[in-house]
Design a protein around this ligand. Structure first.
Ligand SMILES: [Mg+2]
Length: 351
């Protein structure tokens, strides 16, 4: 489906490991004063002075986490940075540096890694993080990509998963479910392409969903937004595995229950249309589909007026005593226990 536009193929062996690292990391600038030494020594040196340091790492394996049949390498690089930056944002911290490690088989030419790095560098620019290190090595088969993100925050700004209290409001940013349906569209088009490689897919009706899947964005803006509104969330997490799973994570860590209201869950009109087309229940996908990279957090009831009517935020439920458990309250007012089904298991259960 994705056309191979690479005319030139430079074998990785031509550059060698050191040559390749030098080639990929040329023109990388350092912008943060907390980066004392970046790429070029045995280790990076960072200085956060009196701030706390936040670190998160993620491993992406070809065939498990991504399919190069429909994920362009530039998008893969971009998304790999975004998912890590999102975890830093989920701590209410500011992302400042990343390290990038890749293992590739010799089926990839240098030009392919250039594309991957173009995506990584673009995300680093947009999210204002310094690339301060990493490693490049060969793999027997396929591509493995690991990114570590580092961030900073004042101790009293950090938000953990375990701070939610009974009666706190449950709030989500943006909308949910679209990234999962984007994946369904791409999987379907891949099958069509296998049968007829000349068939150029018409994806106009799916642009938002596909963008949510291939080029998600981390909510780096939320920390500042909440600060301006004088709201300190009591607990926070990013939505990587699905709303339901993340609610259960916060509830378990905080020792509370939760009521999530079906009618409040923010979903996009295009998402609703495509769920109908696929004959799949939109609420099921909205709560179980993952990879939205929106933020889910809890606030005190007394902060409600500060976010009321703000288009960035939707109150979707409230926390309850732990003994009441975690439930979805449907439009018909029935109570269904939430299950921790990530999007991987949802895919496996798909008929
Ligand atoms: Mg996370």
């Amino acid at each position: 489906m994705i056309e191979d536009k690479n005319q030139q193929r430079t074998d990785l062996g031509q550059l060698g490991e050191f040559g390749l690292i030098e080639h990929l990391t040329q023109n990388i600038e350092i912008k943060h004063s907390s980066t004392l030494t970046g790429i070029g020594d045995d280790a990076a040196v960072l200085d956060f002075k009196d701030k706390k340091t936040v670190i998160s790492t993620d491993l992406l394996v070809e065939g498990v986490h991504f399919d190069l049949g429909y994920v362009p390498l530039k998008h893969l690089g971009y998304k790999a940075v975004v998912v890590n930056v999102s975890d830093i944002c989920a701590m209410n911290a500011k992302p400042t540096q990343i390290t990038v490690s890749i293992a590739v088989s010799n089926r990839f030419p240098v030009e392919a890694l250039d594309e991957l790095y173009d995506g990584i560098k673009l995300a680093a620019k947009i999210y204002d993080v310094d690339i301060v290190g990493g490693d490049t090595t060969s793999s027997q088969k396929g591509m493995i990509l690991s990114i570590t993100a580092i961030g900073e925050a004042d101790a009293d700004e950090l938000v953990y998963r375990n701070g939610a209290n009974d009666n706190d409001l449950l709030v989500v940013t943006g909308d949910v479910g679209s990234a999962y349906m984007g994946l369904q569209v791409l999987e379907r088009e891949k099958e069509v392409f296998k049968v007829n490689p000349n068939n150029q897919p018409d994806l106009d009706a799916y642009t938002y969903l596909i963008e949510r899947q291939l080029k998600p964005e981390a909510r780096k803006d939320i920390k500042e937004l909440l600060k301006a509104l004088e709201i300190q969330p009591t607990a926070m997490i990013d939505i990587s595995d699905g709303l339901s799973s993340e609610i259960i994570h916060i509830s378990k860590a905080s020792g509370v229950g939760c009521n999530l209201y079906e009618e409040k869950i923010p979903i996009d009109p295009q998402f609703i249309n495509v769920c109908e087309e696929f004959n799949i229940d939109s609420t099921t996908v909205a709560i179980n589909g993952g990879e939205d990279y929106e933020l889910l957090f809890t606030i005190k009831q007394s902060d409600y007026d500060k976010i009321k009517g703000n288009p960035n935020f939707t109150v979707i439920g409230h926390m309850t005593p732990e003994s009441e458990g975690t439930h979805l309250i449907t439009r018909a007012n029935t109570k269904i226990p939430l299950k921790a089904r990530g999007w991987n298991s949802l895919t496996e259960n798909k008929e």
